[in-house]
Design a protein around this ligand. Structure first.
Ligand code: GDP
Length: 334
């Protein structure tokens, strides 16, 4: 196959072969294909995905969250590079629904993860731009499968510590990490309790220089608090560790905790269960996404919605009544 991959349209076979043989140019184009909303691309993208499915699913999927400034990209750079040096192949993806507005709060800036993105065993892909969380998450999930089929055995999915994106990333990974900073009490108050209950490993980042003592103190406090919270993974109490993404201190330990966690998941039969849950979640969210887009995309609803909405805003009709009327019209029109 001696094609100019940038210009010529690729056939289904070329996409599939290119992905499976980890031709990076083809992989990048396959990702662009699944990210496209054009209907001719959607059909081809789904055919590619169907073909590569048997080769997907063999990685460990790791989610990483943390507020902006917590050190996520620095951590992924250090952690990912270490994993590549160990012989792994690492893909880094992102779910950042804000990226279309703010030009990316994560992975948008090309200088981030500079070293890792140049590593021959790594593949770094920014968050797909494109509005709502549902769409961004779907594209990232499909990209994850493509990367697995291309032989990446560790997939890192990064997200920002705001909005609903954590829930979405949690539902597509095996192991979920949060990066926090010292000043445990304040940090916890700032963090939604729901997120605390979703994580498997908590890393106190920037444990270096004059910050070491505070980080160790935070570790004690956070462990105590986490001990009292319900566990997301049966038989696994959220581990708290200190780490410095800058010096690399604690990075090896972090990987060994991820490995311990994976062993625990497999031995307790939760790994398969979690993967099944991931597939079920995905299926349901696709159904919801399709329903919403066919509803809001229909000409009837586009015509009727503004008027009915107006009657609600003016207090003439209750929201429930208006919604039911609209849905009934939609169903009758099909
Ligand atoms: P992100 O917004 O979560 O991706 O955070 P960044 O990785 O961009 O890091 C935010 C800032 O914290 C940058 O100036 C980093 O250099 C710094 N930083 C990240 N990790 C560490 C660390 O382990 N130690 C120290 N001292 N600074 C760090």
């Amino acid at each position: 196959m001696n094609l100019n991959y940038r210009r010529q349209p690729l056939s289904l076979e070329e996409y599939v072969k290119g992905v499976k043989t980890n031709n990076r140019a083809v992989l990048a184009r396959a990702i662009t294909l699944v990210e496209s909303n054009a209907s001719r691309h959607v059909t081809l993208a789904q055919e590619v995905l169907t073909e590569i499915m048997p080769n997907a699913g063999k990685s460990i999927r790791i989610g990483i969250t943390g507020v902006p400034g917590a050190g996520k990209s620095t951590f992924i750079e250090t952690f990912g590079t270490m994993l590549c040096e160990k012989g792994h192949r690492v893909a880094v993806l992102a779910v950042d629904p804000s990226s279309s507005l703010s030009h990316g709060s994560i992975l948008g800036d090309k200088t981030r993860m500079d070293q890792l993105s140049r590593h021959p065993r790594a593949f770094v892909r920014p968050s797909p731009a494109g509005g709502a969380l549902g769409g961004v998450a779907r594209k990232t999930r499909e990209t994850l499968l493509l990367c697995e089929a291309a032989g990446y055995d560790i997939i890192i999915v990064e997200t920002v510590g705001v909005g609903q994106s954590e829930v979405s990333v949690r539902s597509m990974v095996d192991c979920f990490l949060v990066l926090v900073l010292t000043g445990a009490g304040d940090e916890l108050q700032g963090m939604k309790k729901g997120i605390m209950e979703m994580v498997d490993i908590m890393l106190i980042n920037k444990a270096d220089g004059t910050n070491i003592q505070a980080a160790n103190q935070a570790k004690i406090e956070l462990s105590r608090i986490l001990h009292m919270l319900p566990r997301i993974t049966e038989g696994w109490e959220t581990k708290v560790q200190t780490v410095s993404s800058m010096t690399g201190e604690g990075i090896e330990e972090c990987w060994s905790t991820v490995e311990q966690f994976r062993t625990h998941l497999i031995q307790s039969k939760q790994f398969e269960e979690r993967r099944k849950k991931q597939a079920a979640n995905w299926f349901h969210s696709l159904v919801e996404e399709q329903l919403l887009s066919s509803f809001y995309g229909s000409d009837l609803i586009k015509n009727e919605l503004p008027q009915i909405k107006q009657t609600v805003l003016q207090g003439q009709v209750s929201a429930t009544q208006a919604a039911l009327t609209l849905l009934k019209k939609y169903q009758q029109n099909k």
